[in-house]
Design a binder for this molecule. Structure first.
Ligand code: SF4
Ligand code: SF3
Length: 520
C-alpha cells in the first residue's frame, strides 16, 4: 500500500504498512483499484458521449468512498468497484491503461495527487448537494475531466492551471451545497448548543449529511428520544428546519479524533453519515451504524432507497433498548465550556454587515481572523487553541469545520453585540467565509488581500484540500497552513505555492500573530 492523502500520514511521508487511520493494506489497494476504475469509467463516458446522472453518481460516490476515514470495508469497496466496471462495460469501454498514481517525477506525482485529493473532497460536497436534489452540470462534468486529466501527462504549468480551474469549480460546488442546505432547512441563525447530555434514550449523529439528520429527527419525533450532533454535525443546530425539533437536544463530545474515548460505553447508538469514522473499540462497536458511502466490516449499515429515503427503525429501536444515561450527564468542550454557539453563516453575518463594517471603521475591530479547518490528533494542533486565546480583544474570529472544537467552548466576549468567535458552519461553509470576505472587500473598496483579514487554516483530510485550492484559485494570499504541510506537496510545488500565493506553514502562535499584526 501507499497512501499520503491526509495530514496524519506516517512520518509525514506516507503510510506503507498500515494506515495511521487504521486502513489496512488490502483496503488501500482496493481503493487505488477503485480510483483506477473511476478513471476508466470517466474516460469511457467522455469518449462515447455517455455521461448521465448514473455515471455522475458513480464517480462522485466512488471518490467519496476513498476519502480518509470514510470506508474501511473491503467487501463494500469491492462491490462498488464491480458496479463501476459493469457500467463501463455497458457503455462499451475497454480496459484503458491507467497511470501508476504514486510513481514518477516527484513534482508531477505531487501535482497529480493534489488534483486527485481535491476531487475527492469536491465529490463529498457534490454528494451532499445531490442528496438534497441539487446538481450542476459543470461541477459533475469536472469529475470526468479531472479524472481523465489525472491519467495524462502534463507540464508543471499545465498541472497548475488544471488545479486552479478545479479550485474555481469547487467554489461553484460549495455554493451549490450552500444553496441546497439553505433551501432545504433555511438560513442558519445564531444558536446556543448545550454539551450536556440529558438522561433517557438518545442517538448521536456524526458526519456532514443534513438530510440524514433531518430524516432521523422526523422519525424520532414524539418517541422520547433525544438527538445529539457530533463533530461536524454541530452546525445543524443553526438551521431553522432542523432546530424546530425540540428533541435536537445538544452536541455530544468534541471532534472526530476523540471518538474512541468519548464513545466508550455509550448507552446509545451512533450514526455515521460521512467521515470521520475511526476503527471501533469493543465497548461501543455494537452501537455503531453507518449509512451512505461510509462503511466498516461488521458494522450495521442503513441503506437508502433510490430517492435517498432511509428507514432508521433499527437505530430507533436500539436507542430505546439501550435507554441512555440514568441521570443527566455533564460533558464539556476541551477547555471546560458547556455552551457552543453556531449559526453564523453568511446569511446572518451579512445581515449584520453594517455592524461589522462600522466596527472595523470605528477601530472596534482591528483584525479579522479566519481560524478554521479540520481537527486531528497531531499534538501541534493545540497551536489553534493558543492562537485564538492570544488574539487581541479587538479582533473577530470566524471559524468553520471541526477544527473549531479546539476553542469553541471558550467565551471570548463580544464586540458591539457580536460574539468574538463566529461559527460559520461545516467545512463546506468556507463558502460563507468567502462571501463575507468578498462583501467586506466591496464595502471597503479594496481587494480581499487588502482587508485586515488573515486565514489560519488547519487541514486533515481531502475536503480541506479542495477548499485550499478554491481559496488559492480566488487569489487569496498569505494563508497560514498547519499543523504540518501536506506530505503530498513536494518541495518544488511548495516553493511555487509560497512564491505565487504566499502560502506559509504555521510557526508558533505568538510569532505568527506578531507577524500578522505587524507587531515587530
Ligand atoms: Fe495514512 Fe491518511 Fe492514507 Fe490513512 S488516509 S493510510 S492515515 S495517509
Ligand atoms: Fe472534520 Fe473529518 Fe475535516 Fe468537515 S469531520 S472538517 S476532519
Amino acid at each position: 500500500m501507499f497512501c499520503f492523502q491526509c495530514q496524519q500520514t506516517a512520518g509525514n511521508q506516507g503510510c506503507i504498512k498500515t494506515g495511521v487511520c487504521g486502513k489496512q493494506p488490502s483496503t488501500a489497494n482496493l481503493q487505488d483499484e477503485l480510483v483506477a476504475e473511476l478513471i476508466r469509467l470517466a474516460q469511457t463516458a467522455l469518449d462515447n458521449g455517455k455521461m448521465s446522472h448514473e455515471t455522475d453518481d458513480l464517480l462522485m460516490d466512488g471518490l467519496f468512498t476513498t476519502l480518509t476515514n470514510v470506508n474501511f470495508s473491503d467487501s463494500a469497496i469491492k462491490a462498488f468497484t464491480e458496479r463501476v466496471v459493469k457500467m463501463r462495460e455497458a457503455l462499451g469501454g475497454g480496459n484503458i491503461p491507467v497511470i501508476s498514481l504514486w510513481e514518477g517525477d516527484t513534482d508531477i506525482v505531487s501535482l497529480r495527487s493534489t488534483l486527485l485529493f481535491g476531487l475527492k473532497g469536491m465529490a463529498a460536497y457534490a454528494h451532499h448537494s445531490r442528496n438534497l436534489g441539487l446538481r450542476d452540470d459543470e461541477v459533475s462534468g469536472w469529475f470526468y475531466k479531472g479524472l481523465t486529466e489525472i491519467n495524462k501527462k502534463h507540464t508543471v504549468q499545465e498541472w497548475l492551471e488544471l488545479i486552479m480551474e478545479f479550485g474555481r469549480i469547487n467554489f461553484k460546488c460549495m455554493q451549490m451545497l450552500d444553496t441546497a442546505n439553505t433551501e432545504a432547512y433555511g438560513t442558519p441563525v445564531p444558536t446556543k448548543v448545550n454539551t450536556d447530555i440529558k438522561k433517557g434514550p438518545f442517538i448521536v449523529v456524526s458526519g456532514h449529511d443534513l438530510r440524514d439528520l433531518a430524516q432521523l429527527l422526523a422519525q424520532t419525533e414524539g418517541k422520547g428520544i433525544n438527538i445529539y450532533t457530533h463533530s461536524e454535525m454541530l452546525p445543524a443546530h443553526g438551521y431553522p428546519g432542523l432546530k424546530k425539533y425540540p428533541h435536537l437536544a445538544g452536541n455530544f463530545g468534541t471532534a472526530w479524533q476523540s471518538q474512541q474515548k468519548e464513545f466508550e460505553d455509550i448507552p446509545a447508538p451512533v450514526l455515521f453519515t460521512t467521515n470521520c469514522l475511526m476503527p471501533w473499540r469493543k465497548s461501543y462497536k455494537d452501537n455503531l451504524y453507518t449509512t451512505s458511502v461510509v462503511g466498516y466490516e461488521d458494522i450495521k449499515h442503513i441503506e437508502g432507497d433510490e430517492h435517498g429515503n432511509k428507514d432508521f427503525t433499527p437505530i430507533i429501536e436500539h436507542a430505546l433498548r439501550l435507554g441512555g444515561y440514568e441521570h443527566d450527564r455533564s460533558m464539556s468542550g476541551i477547555n471546560g465550556g458547556h455552551i457552543l454557539t453556531t449559526g453564523f453563516a453568511h446569511g446572518t453575518v451579512l445581515a449584520n454587515a453594517d455592524k461589522v463594517i462600522e466596527a472595523v471603521k470605528s477601530g472596534a475591530v482591528k483584525h479579522i481572523f479566519l481560524v478554521g479547518g479540520c481537527d486531528g490528533a497531531h499534538p501541534g494542533r493545540n497551536y489553534y487553541t493558543e492562537f485564538v486565546k492570544q488574539t487581541p480583544m479587538d479582533s473577530l474570529i470566524l471559524t468553520l469545520a471541526c477544527g473549531k472544537y479546539r476553542f469553541n467552548d471558550i467565551d471570548l466576549g463580544e464586540i458591539n453585540g457580536l460574539p468574538r468567535i463566529l461559527d460559520m458552519g461545516q467545512c463546506n461553509d468556507a463558502y460563507s467565509a468567502i462571501k463575507v470576505a468578498a462583501a467586506l472587500a466591496e464595502a471597503f473598496g479594496c481587494g480581499i488581500n487588502e482587508l485586515p483579514l488573515t486565514l489560519v487554516l488547519s487541514w486533515y483530510e481531502q475536503k480541506a484540500v479542495c477548499i485550499l485550492l478554491t481559496l488559492l484559485s480566488l487569489g487569496i494570499k498569505g494563508i497560514y497552513l498547519g499543523p504540518t504541510f501536506p506530505a503530498f506537496i513536494s518541495e518544488g510545488v511548495a516553493r511555487v505555492l509560497t512564491e505565487q500565493f504566499g502560502l506559509q506553514p504555521i510557526t508558533a502562535p505568538q510569532q505568527d500573530l506578531d507577524a500578522i499584526l505587524g507587531r515587530r
